[in-house]
Structure formats: C-alpha cells, structure tokens
Ligand binder design. Structure first.
Ligand SMILES: [Mn+2]
Length: 399
C-alpha cells in the first residue's frame, strides 16, 4: 500500500505585514490544507517548522493552530509531525505535547527517532525528526576556533545528529521506508531576496546536502520557496503556503504531496495553494508608479502594494501623489520606499523603523554613507553572518 505524506512548513501563524494582520489569509490557507488532506487521502501531515511567527503567539494564532489539529483528526489523516523552527519557542510548542500525542500529533522540539504505525499496529514509516538546531544542540567543541573551523565543526555536528537519529529509527523499524525532517538552510537552495534576515537564513547554519543520511525523502522547512535542493529530487523544501513578504508577491505557493511505495520508491507532486490576498510590488519613477496604481484601482478588488520610487521627488510629494492615486479605492499602499536618500530617511512617507527589516536598515546605511558598490556584497554578507549568529544565540527569534 502506498503511503501519502503532505509536506508543508513555514506557516508563520500570527504574522503581520507592515502591521496588517493576516489571520483571514491564514484561515483560508489552513482550510485549503484540510481540503487537500481529504482530497488526496493523506496519511501523514508534516509541518517542518515555523508554525508560528513568534515564540509567544497571539490567542488568535493559537486558536487557528489547535482548531486545525482538531479538524485534521476528522479527516482520516493518521499522523501529524510538527517540527519546531527557529521562529517557534520549543517550550511553547512542547507544553501540550502529551495531549496532542493522544490525537496522533507528534510535536518535535529535540532530535527524535519516530516510528509511525499503520492501523494494524505495524510500522509504516520511520522518521528521523530533527527540529531547528541551536548551537547548544550540536557538539562542535571548538572554543576559540576561527569562523571557518566553527562552520566545519557545525556541519560535522549536524551530520552526526542526523546519522544518530536515523540509525536509531532504522534499528526500531528495519524494513520500513525512512524519511528525515529538518528546519535549516541547505547550501544550493534559492532564497528570494527579501526573505533574508527577517527569516534568518544563511550564515553559520548553512549545511551541504550531504549531511542527510540515505533515505526515501527529506522534508525541509526554513526557505520559503518550494524547491528541490542541490539537484536531489528527494530533498525538498515545501515552501511557505502563503506569501510572507512582497519578495514573494505573485509567486506560486504550494504544499508537496509525497507518495511512498512499499520499497521506498517515492514520487512527489506540488499542490497549488490559493492566494487569498493579492499583493503587488511596484518599482520605478513616480509617474510610472502612479500610472500602475491607477491601473490597479481600475481593475478593482483589494490589493496590497509595496512601492519603491526611483525618481528624485521629495518624500512628501511622493506620499501626496501616491495617496491621490489610490484614494477611495481598495488599493492599499503598505510601504513606500524612497531610495538613495542622504540619511536613513525614517519618517519619510509615514515609515517607521519597526517596519524595516534589519537588512533594509543596513542597505540604507550603506547608501547614507555612500559606500562604493564594489564593497557592498562583502559587507552585506558579513552583516548577514553577524545577524544570524545573534539570532542563533537567543532562545526565540522573533524579528
Ligand atoms: Mn525558519
């Protein structure tokens, strides 16, 4: 009998975009996931990390999560595996672990071998479940080492965690197809610009695809675009089911349906997700942006827009003309960027610091200090590495 797995990740329940709540969009996405579970008679749901956007989610976000798990129970899906990502608080996710276990839900906050049973009590899937790893979870044992040595020790440590969990689960269920789960950044995957620091990818947690032991499928989370990794058809990011930023606007979102045959042969299919809120990014001289906005107003319907103006009009002129172009319509301009300003230009076009990603603040500082283009890639990479180190040191990684 074939086993059907639905692989998803990076829901970021409770996420806000420039202060806008996304509960209704998340509700639509969760409804769609439940419909997919029913339509494809899914046996196992895997949520590979970043269930919540922050370690202390709102009551509304928690209600969505628990409501979803309760409904999942009624679909015929036998197991759910929920992995802690870097945005999740492991202790928050783990608190209702025992209760959820009674509903067939496995909450994973530490590396764990997991054998899933069929309705007759026979093993049907061996799972090497590894949540987002923090430095204290991995033996690197190199105090005072330079950054390159630390990175190499990190890669060896992560590979050792996977090898150990896989060995242990295979000894528990030797004749059973095995899969590995993870929430990490694997070298060779494509990250949309703008996912950047806000979602903490890159830097010291980058590992090569070789860290994963041989198995039928590797279900990953952390990167928000659906993709196979480093040319391995069985190593995949499901991607986020909802566009979490304008860098993702208009891109196809999905979940991955994986079918495992008896001998561990595997096929996968992308299930296209609905886009409950249309989002558009406009970039160009002010006159062109105005024309594009008027066109959106004519088309009608609710649209969220991020604008980057490349022409040199003063910020208050930009704001006034953009407001006039969309006034009275359902076109909602969430953010206006006026690049190449001599300072950080906070307050321009109603902007506030908390609406900017650390990456964007750094980019503006490079502009403000007129740092030459040739130096920027190196400085930006160094900043990304520092940000990642800082994020890894904390317990929670709320932005
Ligand atoms: Mn993540």
């Amino acid at each position: 009998m074939a086993l059907r797995i639905l692989h998803t990740s990076d829901w970021h329940l409770g996420h806000r975009l420039y202060g806008r709540r996304r509960d209704a969009e998340h509700e639509a996405v969760l409804r769609w996931l439940l419909a997919m579970v029913r339509a494809h008679a899914v046996d196992v749901l895997m949520v590979c990390g970043d269930v919540f956007d922050t370690g202390a989610p709102s009551a509304a976000a928690q209600e969505q999560y628990y409501g979803f798990l309760q409904e999942l129970r009624q679909t015929g899906c036998r197991h759910a595996v929920i992995l802690a990502g870097n945005h999740d608080s492991p202790s928050f996710l783990a608190a209702p672990k025992g209760l959820l276990r009674a509903l067939g839900v496995h909450v994973i906050t530490a590396p764990q071998p997991l054998v899933l049973m069929d309705p007759y009590g026979r093993p049907e899937l061996a799972v090497a479940a590894v949540p987002h790893l923090r430095e204290r979870d991995v033996r690197t044992a190199m105090p005072g080492a330079c950054l390159e040595d630390k990175a190499a020790a990190w890669v060896r440590g992560v590979a050792a965690v996977y090898a150990e969990v896989m060995r242990s689960v295979r000894s528990m269920a030797p004749q059973t197809p095995a899969v590995a789960l993870g929430h990490l950044f694997v070298a060779g995957s494509q990250v949309a610009d703008g996912q950047g620091m806000r979602f903490a990818v890159g830097g010291v947690d980058r590992v090569p695809v070789e860290v994963f032991p041989a198995c039928t499928y590797v279900a990953l989370g952390h990167v928000h675009g659906a993709q196979e990794v480093a040319g391995r058809a069985h190593v995949r990011y499901s991607g986020a089911p909802l566009a979490l930023g304008f860098a993702d606007a208009g891109k196809a979102k999905s979940a991955t349906l994986v079918t495992v045959e008896g001998e561990g042969r595997m096929t996968c299919e992308l299930l296209a997700a609905p886009a409950p809120q249309s989002m558009v990014r406009l970039c160009g001289p002010l006159a062109q942006v105005e024309a594009d906005l008027r066109r959106l107003v004519e088309v009608g319907g609710s649209v969220w827009v991020e604008v980057e103006v490349t022409s040199p009009e003063p910020a208050d002129t930009v704001r006034r003309r953009i407001e006039a172009a969309v006034s009275g319509s359902a076109v909602d301009v969430l953010c206006v960027r006026v690049p190449r300003s001599p300072s950080l230009a906070l307050g321009a076009a109603g902007e506030r610091l908390e609406e900017l990603s650390p990456e964007e603040v750094f980019r503006r500082l490079l502009d403000a200090h007129a740092v030459e283009e040739g130096l920027r890639p190196q400085l930006t990479a160094a900043f990304a590495e520092l940000m990642d180190t800082v994020l890894q040191c904390g317990d929670q990684h709320a932005p």
